[in-house]
Design a protein around this ligand. Structure first.
Ligand code: SF4
Length: 243
């Protein structure tokens, strides 16, 4: 294990275990092979069409941001402090998708801030992608009261905005963080433990999609950080393949 990788794992809070006997070279190869096999297990998922065509480029981003900012399509507009549109590079290779803003996000107008956001940042840095190199957004742009789960009708109203964002960014890969985001995007009730660790696809563009645990969950359950690390390695592998 390189010093650099050890530093990344330490930053994610993953303890580094050392084998008492050196692992044979085949052990490393098997790990890479397992990820490789997982990477071809594709599931076709229908793309939710954008509410309306907004074109492309800066005008399209501005039009979309304006629509979200003033949106009243679902009842969450009544309780939000502000909408949380999303942040990041508009030509990012990786698009990270969470479920909905929490209290900090609602206050600051930015997704994934606070402790969970810091862990997400560390996870992204671990695969060589600082936060400002990816695009980050949620399925819902407004906070559900008391951080309750999004309702299906709210997600259905809001997903076209996300679909439009994905269409504008045209990422090489999507990373769904958390059960809610993963199950909604894949339209399944399969437990997250069976959705993560492999690659599915999303939308008509068949954009590769990897699922991993939500950083808020990882803060409560650090024993699963090692699994999240393998998911991120899968993302890195995907991105390096598609260059
Ligand atoms: S959650 Fe989405 S659909 Fe609902 S009001 Fe906010 S922006 Fe509109």
């Amino acid at each position: 294990m390189t010093a650099l990788r050890e530093r990344y794992l330490a930053e994610m809070g993953i303890p580094v275990w050392r084998l008492r006997v050196p692992a044979p070279p085949s052990a490393v190869a098997e790990t890479a092979e397992a990820a490789d096999v997982a990477a071809v297990d594709a599931v076709a998922v229908p793309m939710v069409a954008p509410a309306e065509a907004l074109g492309t480029g800066e005008d399209a981003w501005a039009a979309l941001a304006a629509k979200v900012k003033t949106c009243t399509l679902c009842s969450l507009h009544k309780t939000r402090t502000q909408t949380v549109f999303g942040v990041g590079r508009r030509d990012a290779q990786l698009f990270v998708i969470g479920e909905a803003p929490g209290a900090d996000e609602d206050r600051q107008g930015e997704p994934f801030v606070g402790r969970a956001g810091q862990l997400l940042n560390a996870m992204l840095r671990a695969i060589g992608l600082p936060r400002n190199e990816v695009f980050i957004a949620n399925i819902l742009k407004c906070r559900p009261p008391n951080n309750r789960d999004p309702q299906p009708d709210e997600a259905a109203c809001c997903t076209p905005y996300l679909a439009q964002q994905i269409a504008l960014v045209r990422p090489r890969a999507l990373l769904a963080v958390g059960r809610i985001a993963a199950q909604w995007l894949l339209q399944t009730d399969t437990p997250i433990g069976r959705l993560r660790g492999r690659v599915t696809t999303y939308g008509e563009s068949n954009t590769p999609l990897v699922v991993t645990y939500h950083p808020a969950y990882l803060l409560r359950s650090p024993h699963d950080k090692a699994k999240a690390w393998t998911d991120l390695c899968l993302v890195k592998e995907l991105l390096s393949r598609s260059q």
